[in-house]
Ligand binder design. Structure first.
Ligand SMILES: Nc1nc2c(ncn2[C@@H]2O[C@H](COP(=O)(O)OP(=O)(O)OP(=O)(O)O)[C@@H](O)[C@H]2O)c(=O)[nH]1
Ligand SMILES: [Mg+2]
Ligand SMILES: [Zn+2]
Length: 337
């Protein structure tokens, strides 16, 4: 009898330090990370299992081990928040729809939506904007119109849990086997939507503070499978989220990018140049000046993060080369007569 055998494949539903819950055909199994996984995570934390990952499990005696993380179709990744590290953090893996939750009340934050849209495009998941607490917005049609103009190419849905508005549309965003992740600030109503879709109070929710801020009620990421076979992921409220690369910005700001091809100068910075199509659109009220500022700010920030990431990759490459040449030297020393 082999002591080491494959038991199941499945999808990671929750990650704790060194352990994962995995949804499998045999139900939810709790698995410990194998030493290979721990080692890979030391080299690059991005390799560690994340909610949404498809994984292989093995048993050894009574213990279930997470043996392998299968290649990801995509990952929602944010730039490291700690200044000392240039490693990125995977928020969720294999995500088909990234549902950006933004409360209508008191007012949606345009800059935050734009930032998360860039994150969604960068991860190659389809972006949706869920305008939550629509029941508290006296002009929901106006809010929808405003957000649709800055969320080009994304599904924008008004959601209200007390009257069930928008829930069917949210359900319609994914098919069997596809995954939708809820992302947004604390208090936006992510867990309330998660519970409503699931039809159970699986995640605790809590009132927002008097200043309108959430209480960071959800502390871990959690994936569940709905009756229709799709997966949904609840996440803790985002405090800050850095873009790891500039890759999603062209799509998030497709209107501005398209205008730039009409600028008189190829290297137009859209600041004071004559014949600038972007400035002209702002003058005509087609593009709000806030949106150009937002694009510039995110571009600067993401370019910086990308450079940090590239510098880390180069340093790792150099370290690998050094260790390889050292090995060669040792070997040729040993082979000497
Ligand atoms: N009026 C109204 N209130 C809502 C709606 N959805 C959520 N809320 C309320 O908003 C508050 C925050 O909801 P949560 O679901 O806990 O928010 P969250 O985004 O999960 O917050 P964190 O877990 O802290 O990130 C709760 O008091 C909810 O009852 C809605 O559609 N309408
Ligand atoms: Mg929550
Ligand atoms: Zn220009």
């Amino acid at each position: 009898m082999p002591t080491d055998q494959l038991v199941a494949d499945g999808r990671v539903s929750r990650v704790d330090r060194g352990m994962c819950d995995v949804l499998t055909a045999q139900g939810t199994l709790r698995a410990q990370w194998s030493s290979e996984i721990v080692h890979a995570g030391r080299v690059d934390p991005v390799a560690l299992p994340s909610v949404g990952d498809e994984v292989l499990l093995k048993t050894q005696g009574d213990q279930i081990w997470l043996a392998q993380v299968l290649p990801r179709r995509n990952a929602v990744t944010r730039a490291s928040v700690s200044p000392g590290s240039s490693h990125h953090q995977v928020l969720a893996a294999n995500i088909d729809v990234l549902a950006i939750c933004e409360p209508c009340h008191p007012a949606p934050a345009a800059g935050r939506i734009e930032r998360l849209l860039a994150l969604a495009w960068e991860s190659a998941s389809h972006p949706a904007v869920l305008l939550t607490k629509a029941d508290l917005d006296p002009d929901i049609a106006g809010t929808l119109d405003l957000v649709r103009r800055l969320a080009l190419g994304a599904s924008v849905i008004a959601v209200s849990i007390p009257d069930g508005t928008g829930l069917a549309e949210v359900r319609g965003l994914t098919n069997t086997g596809q995954a939708l992740a809820l992302l947004g600030p604390s208090g936006a109503g992510k867990s309330t939507i998660f519970n409503a879709l699931l039809g159970a109070e699986a995640m605790p929710t809590s009132h927002v503070r008097d200043d309108g801020k959430g209480r960071h009620t959800t502390a871990h990421r959690e994936l569940v499978q709905l009756d229709d076979g799709s997966f949904i992921i609840d996440t803790p409220g985002l405090r800050s989220i850095g873009l790891a690369s500039t890759d999603g910005l062209d799509q998030a700001f497709a209107d501005i990018v398209e205008l730039t091809s009409d600028c008189r100068f190829n290297d137009c910075a859209h600041e004071t140049e004559p014949g600038c199509a972007v400035l002209d659109a702002i003058e005509r009220g087609v593009v709000p000046p806030r949106r150009l500022d937002s694009y510039r700010k995110l571009l600067r920030e993401a370019a910086y993060q990308q450079r940090r990431g590239d510098a880390r990759l180069q340093a790792e490459e150099r370290a690998r080369w050094k260790s390889f040449s050292r090995q060669l030297k040792q070997q040729s020393g040993r082979n000497r007569p």
